[in-house]
Design a protein around this ligand. Structure first.
Ligand code: ZN
Length: 369
């Protein structure tokens, strides 16, 4: 036996080291709110701190540089825990791949309220690009027809307005689902279990304007749903958020330009920033159990919709996918059988695949879900 295997057991050694890790001292600092004087405690590394009494946000922008964030908004929360579960339950029975009575079979476990900080960089990206386009020219007729390729210089501009969101914390994996709600990332995760034909069900996060529906930051709005204690402080200061947005947009325009011509020789992007706002987004993270497995759902407490979620695929969705594939194969065999005389194998194939589809449906009907 290898020495590592001895250490990997469930012995007490591992537990003690985990406990030590959890208790590892995190430096907690304190400043007083510049508006109401209340003590604001924050963890080492946090630099955007919102007072849970008056709602003033203080930013530690470097040594001796403490500023109040003026452009400060909130997407007002409209749902509490129970209503969030209601929204999640509605989502759980929607769509082809989920079982209609799934909400009745899950047990809700953990619920967490969080008010997450985002910087919104309002800006215009302007790109001039130039390059070479490969073209073909055909000359002559009939037998004399020849085509030659040649290069032509091309150029153009790309201009786009953005309200670019930058999550104000370094680690997007510390809370479930944060990474999934970035535009273009996968946000819906069907769990097909052991089923191998995993077709469809997943979804990508839309690109939406986080400032839509905003109001001036109000601690009273958060207090209505008891969310004021769940404000998450930011770690990324405004300047850094702006730099991050600039870099991402430059990257995006570079990619866009590369699709415009065969060969891009020059890309020049300037970003004109109109403003940077801080907006707090209230969310509910819900965890539920289904058949000894845990799944997560993230609900937007302001827009009252599911932002990201995981869900098991229902048995009838699997049966439908299975039957479509197997019946198609059966039809192909039957078609071969119908056009070829004197051979029996296509009919045997059609029978085997068609029979399998029927058998799978019968098995599904008897299976408990
Ligand atoms: Zn205060």
């Amino acid at each position: 036996m290898m020495p590592e295997e001895i250490n990997n057991g469930n012995g007490p050694t591992e537990e003690i080291s985990n406990a030590e890790h959890d208790d590892k001292k995190v430096a907690i600092h304190e400043i007083s709110c510049s508006n109401c004087g209340a003590p604001l405690s924050y963890i080492e590394g946090e630099a955007v701190i919102t007072c849970e009494y008056c709602g003033t946000t203080t930013m530690l922008a470097g040594y001796d540089n403490i500023v109040t964030v003026e452009s400060h908004y909130l997407l007002p929360p409209k749902v509490g825990r129970d209503e969030a579960i209601g929204i999640a339950s509605g989502w759980l029975k929607k769509g082809f791949y989920k079982s209609k009575d799934l909400p009745n079979k899950v047990s809700w476990k953990k619920t967490e309220a969080r008010v997450l900080p985002y910087w919104i960089v309002r800006c215009t990206g302007n790109t001039r690009w130039s390059g070479m386009q490969k073209r073909t020219k055909t000359t002559g007729e009939g037998k004399n027809k020849t085509s030659e390729t040649y290069w032509e210089p091309v150029q153009g501009r790309i201009t786009d307005d953005y309200t670019w969101p930058v999550y104000a914390r370094e680690d997007t994996s510390e809370f479930w689902g944060i990474r999934n709600i970035e535009p273009g990332k996968q946000c819906v995760f069907p769990d097909w279990g052991k089923f191998i034909f995993r077709i469809g069900g997943s979804k990508r996060a839309p690109n939406k304007d986080l400032l839509e529906g905003k109001m001036d930051f109000s601690i009273d709005e958060l207090k209505k749903l008891n969310m004021q204690e769940h404000i998450i402080n930011g770690q990324i200061i405004q300047e850094k958020a702006e730099v991050s947005a600039r870099n991402r947009i430059i990257e995006l325009h570079q990619q866009k330009a590369e699709g415009k011509a065969t060969k891009i020789t020059d890309v020049d992007t300037t970003i004109d920033v109109q403003g940077v706002d801080l907006v707090y987004v209230p969310i509910w993270e819900l965890e539920y159990a289904y058949k000894d497995k845990n799944y997560h759902i993230l609900v937007d407490a302001s827009r009252q919709e599911v932002l990201s979620g995981e869900a098991p695929v229902g048995k009838w969705a699997k049966a439908t996918v299975f039957d479509i594939i197997f019946l198609l194969i059966a039809v192909i065999f039957a078609a071969i059988g119908g056009t070829t005389d004197g051979v029996s194998w296509p009919w045997i194939g059609a029978g085997v695949f068609g029979g399998s589809a029927v058998a799978y449906s019968i098995w599904t009907a008897t299976m408990k879900e």
